[in-house]
Ligand binder design. Structure first.
Ligand code: ADP
Ligand code: MG
Length: 233
């Protein structure tokens, strides 16, 4: 088992708000992880910390075996934590070429990634003509240009219609099937159940459960823990 990311007693306070509370969990290579919790439970803050865009208050996290700096490690990570932001009057391909330049990766990955997200046929259309689902798929393609070992997504289906949601979930599963580890934050139990193999359930920044996704089931629109776990309720 190869550990991609390890969080130990991670903590984040925004003034009096305890956004992430003593959070520990490990991400192992090849699995699809969900961070599941209602709005405001600390999912995005957790992702921000491990991606070095939010400063932790205390605790630690280490990428890969901890032998390289976070800066170096993040070159092996693909992440979408904000709404995709591309140049509206440039085509999908032109936008991805720019990203290749920024990331210092060759252009020859572009077609392959566009095919993976089912945008190859529309690659010469301007970004502004894309639907929200297509924009999100292009963001996924851009995050994959450097062949990351792990892909991190924050609420990847938010705002999409049922068809768009279905397409994104299918693509995430396809990416996982190529061996890429995935970490996605979601407030939707059914999304995590459909897409993920493992789940970390958090509420108010506190871990309630971490383990296989079949360790939780839906009850009354929310979830119930149904296996022995390291849950701290
Ligand atoms: P989630 O992604 O699960 O919806 P967040 O991580 O965005 O949750 O937020 C967790 C808590 O931290 C919320 O109470 C939110 O209001 C607070 N929070 C997040 N970012 C900031 C910030 N930059 N300043 C102050 N409070 C914040
Ligand atoms: Mg969030």
């Amino acid at each position: 088992m190869e550990t991609i990311l390890s969080l130990k007693n991670l903590d984040k306070k925004f003034g009096s708000v305890h956004a992430v509370n003593n959070l520990s969990f490990d991400i192992e290579k090849g699995n699809v992880y969900g961070i599941l919790g209602p709005n405001g439970s600390g999912k995005s803050t957790t992702l921000g910390i491990i991606l070095n865009v939010v400063n932790k208050t205390s605790g630690s996290f280490s990428w890969f075996d901890g032998s390289i700096s976070t800066h170096e490690a993040l070159k092996r990570v693909g992440a979408i934590i904000e709404r995709p932001n591309f140049y509206p009057y440039m085509t999908a391909v032109q936008n991805l070429k720019l990203i290749c330049k920024i990331k210092d990766v060759p252009y020859n990955k572009i077609d392959e990634k566009l095919k993976l997200v089912n945008l190859f046929e529309r690659k010469d259309s301007k970004f502004k003509t894309y639907s929200l689902g297509m924009k999100q798929r292009l963001a996924i393609a851009s995050a994959l240009l450097n062949d990351p070992e792990i892909l991190i997504l924050d609420e990847p289906t938010n705002g999409l219609d049922p068809q768009g949601i279905h397409e994104i979930r299918k693509i995430i599963k396809e990416i996982a099937s190529t061996g890429t580890t995935i970490l996605l934050a979601s407030h939707l139990l059914d999304e995590v159940e459909k897409v993920c193999t493992h789940v970390v359930v958090i509420r108010n920044g506190i871990k309630l459960y971490a383990g296989p996704v079949n360790g939780i089931t839906a009850t009354n629109g929310y979830f119930e823990l149904n296996v022995d776990s390291d849950a701290k309720l």
